[in-house]
Design a protein around this ligand. Structure first.
Ligand SMILES: Nc1ncnc2c1ncn2[C@@H]1O[C@H](COP(=O)(O)OP(=O)(O)O)[C@@H](O)[C@H]1O
Ligand SMILES: [Mg+2]
Length: 314
């Protein structure tokens, strides 16, 4: 079993009587990228703040790199690099001066510090802006600098809260490459984002949180599986050599089908489980020729919308 680098058990945060994070059992494994998704106000940032010891949990426990998030806050912080939301820096200092400051907070000194500052700024694509004041940076450049600040001390775990919010497509693409690079160095990445294709591209596993509760968690295949079990399967079918009435009659013999509709020459079949084998069997028996039969696979976007929809988000 791979070690979990972030682990929480029943982690809960209440503000007055409002439960903002509820009974969160989270496991993030060494070397993986984990996408923590949810609508605005779901409790993502609060969870990150609890992990970093910035907010005291109301109940439950958590460990980061084996350190208790309440009793060993300094050890936790030394093991992590964090891109907070939103990040703020010293506008009248240059990128180099700012990053020197953050590096020195983590004990980097002298030549090692200078080298780390330059190699980190290069890694996030700010080589040309080393001696430019941060106050002159665009939003995208500030975001890149935020990432540099998070990784300058080479931590084991990176926690990025909305790393690509408001940055341009090139910045987003560079971010994807950066996460891949960090993973290839064995780092663990825990990130929140509203950009689902980005999450799908870089994250090994994904958890979706709604009103403080984790609704669904796993790799994309597992999410599709969980979603399909909840929503039912949908099959897309095309048949030749058999008229509609015969097809409908044949399908009645298949157990588990809840609905069949016709659309653009296709039959759309809803069922509680995967009935594709049985469907092709009965149609063949009736001398139909099945030319297409596929299980419909929902996108991450579709899963997200369904899981977070207020009336059905159960
Ligand atoms: N310091 C606070 N006091 C009271 N409520 C808070 C505080 N911080 C966050 N909240 C509430 O907690 C909920 C979750 O917020 P947050 O963790 O920032 O969500 P997310 O990052 O998923 O958008 C929101 O309803 C927010 O208003
Ligand atoms: Mg947030």
């Amino acid at each position: 079993m791979v070690d979990s680098v972030i682990e929480t058990s029943g982690l809960t945060k209440k503000y007055d009587e409002k439960v903002v994070v509820k009974d969160l059992d989270l496991r993030v494994f060494e070397g993986e990228a984990f996408g923590f998704l949810g609508p605005n106000g779901a409790g993502k940032t609060t969870t990150i703040k609890m992990l970093m010891g910035l907010v005291q949990p109301s109940s439950g426990t958590g460990r980061v790199c084996g350190f208790d998030i309440v009793h060993q806050v300094l050890d936790v912080r030394r093991s992590c690099g964090v891109l907070p939301e939103p990040a703020g820096f010293y506008d009248n200092l240059t990128a180099r001066q700012n990053l020197r400051f953050y590096g020195s907070l983590y004990g980097l000194r002298g030549r090692e510090l200078e080298e780390k500052v330059l190699s980190t700024l290069k890694l996030v694509g700010l080589s040309d802006a080393v001696d430019l004041k941060i106050g002159k940076f665009s939003k995208g450049m500030k975001q890149r600098f935020g990432l540099a600040q998070a990784i300058v001390h080479d931590p084991r775990v990176l926690i990025f809260d909305e790393p690509t919010a408001g940055i341009d497509p090139q910045g987003a693409e560079d971010y994807r490459l950066l996460v891949k690079e960090l993973k290839s160095r064995g780092k663990t990445v825990f990130m929140t984002s509203h950009i689902l294709p980005e999450v799908e591209a870089v994250c090994d596993r994904i958890g979706i949180i709604v009103n403080g509760e984790m609704k669904i968690c796993g790799n994309v295949d597992e999410l599709v599986d969980q979603y399909t079990r909840r929503q039912g399967y949908r099959l897309k079918l095309r048949v030749k050599e058999l008229d509609e009435r015969c097809v409908m009659e044949s399908l009645k013999r298949v157990e588990g089908i809840s609905n069949v509709t016709r659309n653009n020459g296709y039959y759309l079949i809803s069922s509680g489980e995967d009935v594709s084998e049985e469907v092709s069997r009965v149609l063949c028996k009736s001398s139909g020729v099945v030319t297409e039969l596929e299980v419909y696979r929902p996108s991450l976007n579709e899963i997200f919308l369904e899981v977070t929809r207020p009336e059905t988000g159960k």
